[in-house]
Design a protein around this ligand. Structure first.
Ligand SMILES: [Ca+2]
Length: 474
């Protein structure tokens, strides 16, 4: 049973009032586990990088090919209104792995490069889904990108993973495995904390080899594999075959599409391995993109497709946070179904706990189990209000959504930055009437703005009080 350091502080202070509820929680959780008669499923969590809202055929893109991701969707349940926990890499991963909103998990912004701040990253007090499943008897592995810290205790093997292979910073060249950014360019490829060298070998192929070896070696136990694919994040390095296939597409869609279809091939190879090993019906496969597509210079200013959604990576407009998301467990969960209900990246941890019959961390979770919604499309979303905050202080961007209303504070629009004026620092929209968030309704509905703004401030105040107790902070 988990008592995270951080929650211990809170429970200690609130113990007289919370104790009875806490005990009931323990009993419910234990009963749920005892009721499990079938073996626990393995878990394969596929997390793609900068994949745009529509960039899969089943989500609406018709100029590129994604047969393996589409087949995964057809084998399970696909969400149309799924939000990442953040519009940038590190906090989205923090939310995914902890079930807590990134601000509460102590990582509301990207982890800086190591020579700018060495000890930064996801606080070790946080309980990750790997730690949760390891406690439940799972063998845990990480393959791919990390971007949650660089010092040993903040690397994957310090955060609950028995095995890890991949890169620690935000992106690498896929052949040299160097991180090309400001300052000295650094090699960044590691296995269990030890630097390893595969110069010239294509990183997506290395990931497939590592993932498939992990599946083979652990086929007789119960495993959790977190495959954080660093694709289609720049640099766009699709195979020559896919570049040829898309030679008629305009740049940068051509380069992006080639890299995305290259990724689709690699996903197919790992899913095929699950089939080969006869594990498909005993494995819960979860798929999500970490946030919307990039329009950064290194991404040739675009390539991804957010359709009618406004914004992109870095933005709390829909194009920055509404992402493809799939859950598949053939034979146990529905197949070929679609859910339009709202769900969030923080929901996966409690959903996994629920479906695998393991205890949740005894801490405040923002995510909620989607298990009943996945099983039954008539079940409502577990969320009535959802909050986001990226960064801290006066530079933070935040949003709150309640029903169809959404208020963004200090919005960013990397696609069309000039469209935003000073009066848009509080941007209100009604998503049912205006899915493109094209018109700011704040002037027309001041009472709605005030209501949502107050909700956000209460939420933020509560978290900041908790974080002060933990000495969290950026
Ligand atoms: Ca990303």
């Amino acid at each position: 049973m988990y008592i995270a350091d951080s929650s211990h502080i809170i429970l200690h202070n609130a113990m007289p009032r919370l104790l009875p509820i806490f005990l009931v929680g323990l009993l419910v959780s234990t009963t749920a586990i005892n009721a499990q008669n079938q073996p626990r499923p393995n878990v394969l969590l596929i997390f793609t990088d900068d994949q745009g809202s529509l960039d899969m055929n089943c989500y609406g893109s018709d100029d590129l090919q994604t047969p393996h991701m589409d087949a995964l969707a057809a084998s399970g349940v696909r969400f149309t209104q799924f939000y990442s926990a953040a519009p940038v890499c590190s906090p989205s991963r923090a939310g995914l792995l902890t079930g807590r909103t990134p601000l509460r998990a102590g990582l509301p912004g990207n982890v800086p490069i190591p020579y700018h701040r060495e000890g930064a990253g996801l606080p070790t007090e946080e309980v990750t889904v790997a730690e949760m499943l390891k406690e439940g008897g799972y063998k845990t592995g990480h393959v791919g990108k990390w971007h949650l810290g660089h010092i040993p205790e903040k690397q994957p093997t310090g955060q609950g993973f028995d095995y890890s292979f991949g890169h620690m910073v935000g992106c690498i060249d896929n052949y040299s495995h160097f991180f090309y950014w400001s300052g000295p360019n650094q090699h960044d490829l590691w296995r269990n904390g030890e630097e390893v060298y595969y110069p010239g070998q294509f990183f997506p192929d290395l990931m497939v080899e590592e993932a498939n070896r992990f599946l083979e070696q652990n086929q007789d136990t119960t495993f959790f594999l977190y495959w954080a694919i660093n694709v289609p994040h720049y640099p766009y390095q699709g195979t020559p075959e896919w570049l040829e296939t898309y030679s008629d597409l305009p740049s940068p869609r051509r380069e992006y599409a080639a890299f995305l279809s290259t990724m689709d091939d690699k996903i197919g190879r790992v899913l095929n391995k699950l089939d080969e090993l006869g594990l498909r019906e005993n494995t819960l496969v979860i798929f999500q993109s970490d946030h919307g597509h990039s329009v950064e210079e290194r991404a040739f200013f675009g390539g991804g497709n957010a359709g009618e959604y406004r914004g992109a990576k870095f933005s709390l407009f829909e194009g920055g946070i509404r992402v493809p998301a799939i859950v598949s467990w053939p034979g146990t969960l529905p197949e070929g179904e679609v859910r339009d209900q709202l769900a969030v990246g923080t929901d996966w941890l409690p959903t996994v706990a629920d479906l695998c019959g393991v205890s949740q961390p005894q801490t405040v979770l923002d995510g909620k189990s989607l298990a009943s919604l996945i099983r039954d499309g008539s079940v409502a979303s577990p969320h009535s209000v959802v909050y986001w905050q990226t960064g801290q202080g006066e530079n933070s961007q935040w949003a709150v959504r309640q029903g169809n209303w959404k208020l963004i504070g200090r919005p960013r629009d990397p696609v069309q930055p000039d469209r935003l004026v000073l009066a848009d620092s509080l941007f209100l929209s009604n998503l049912k009437q205006d899915i493109s968030e094209s018109t700011n309704l704040a002037g027309e509905h001041p009472e709605r703005v005030q209501e949502l703004h107050e909700l956000y401030q209460q939420w933020q105040d509560e978290i900041m009080r908790e974080n002060q107790l933990r000495n969290y902070g950026q």
